[in-house]
Design a protein around this ligand. Structure first.
Ligand code: AMP
Length: 303
């Protein structure tokens, strides 16, 4: 059993009010794969340029990701730069350089086509569609996106949403996509397009699972020091789907547990730049934080 992840493999420049780094390993597929591989083997579909540093290639190999679907093309690797505000929860994108991503048209290795769990991580919706077109009936397809694609490829994004089982989106992007202020109304609007469930991410404030039948909320893990929030959403998704992929049945109870796994994984990611903290996390580390979570949120019903 494996999980397929299509997304960006990138170098990032990050500025926070407290520190900055340049040219670090990033990309939605990298964060999601590093998280997901704590649970299940991962296959990556993506593209890098000739400039992609050898040390990052070595990292992807050491992690034993299946890289048959990672193409190397002439040109530069996707590059992103972002700057966080003082709250470390909101950010401005300073640069999105698509480079080799602009012409990427993935052809999936035959071995990937029957993979049951598919994560369409944040990337051009046309690439997400092209990936789905080559898959044979995955049992669960999860979609993530970002303001950049909502602004530039709204219709293509809607087409992917219609074919996804679960959509992950942050609160600001959900409002932006639907034009609706109320998150619950906006979530219902998005569910009407076809997905069975929606996860609304609220940065440090946690995430909510909304389905036609119900609502469930998990807070963020309280951390004294957040170093870099980049990749929190992607690694949340990797942890969420990795956990789900290991369950025999997808029930509401397992979806709730998966949401906590996602929050726990994201809490490790933000403790350092890039995947510097996440890469050394072990499954027992995850379980320890998971157990702590129960005490943050548990309360008794009225008699
Ligand atoms: P997150 O903080 O979870 O939104 O993920 C940030 C990561 O996504 C960074 O490592 C970036 O390289 C990557 N990224 C930024 N913008 C985009 C975009 N428009 N499409 C795909 N990936 C992106």
């Amino acid at each position: 059993m494996s999980m397929l992840i299509v997304g960006t493999v990138a170098t990032d420049d990050i500025v926070t009010p407290f520190a900055s780094v340049a040219g670090v390993l990033g990309g939605s597929a990298v964060y999601a794969a590093t998280a997901g591989s704590l649970y299940i083997p991962v296959q990556i579909v993506g593209v890098i340029g000739e400039d992609f540093p050898q040390k990052y290639k070595d990292f992807l190999r050491q992690k034993q990701f299946d890289l048959q679907g990672l193409e190397i093309q002439e040109g530069k690797t996707f590059h992103w730069a972002g700057k966080y505000h003082f709250d470390m929860n909101t950010r401005d994108t300073l640069a999105t350089e698509l480079n080799v991503l602009a012409t990427f048209n993935p052809t999936l290795p035959v071995a990937y086509r029957e993979t049951p769990f598919v994560f369409l991580a944040n990337v051009d919706p046309t690439i997400q569609l092209r990936t789905l077109d080559q898959m044979k009936q995955p049992s669960l397809t999860v979609l993530d996106t970002m303001n950049y694609w909502i602004e530039t490829q709204h219709d293509e994004l809607t087409a992917v949403m219609r074919r996804s089982d679960l959509v992950m989106i942050n609160d600001e992007e959900l409002r932006q996509y639907t034009g609706e202020h109320s998150l619950l109304k906006a979530a219902r609007q998005m569910l009407a397009l076809g997905p069975r469930a929606l996860i609304v991410k609220k940065g440090e404030h946690g995430a909510a699972l909304v389905t036609k039948e119900g609502y469930y909320y998990a807070p963020g893990y309280p951390l004294e020091d957040v170093v870099d929030p980049t990749g929190a959403g992607d690694s949340f998704a990797g942890g969420f789907l990795g956990y789900i992929a290991r369950q025999r049945k997808i029930t509401a109870r397992e979806l709730h547990r998966a949401l906590i796994h996602g929050s726990v994984i994201a809490s490790f990611t933000v403790e350092d730049f890039s995947v510097d903290r996440l890469k050394s996390v072990t499954f027992p580390d995850v379980q320890k934080r998971y157990q702590e979570f129960a005490s943050f949120t548990h309360f008794e019903r009225l008699d």
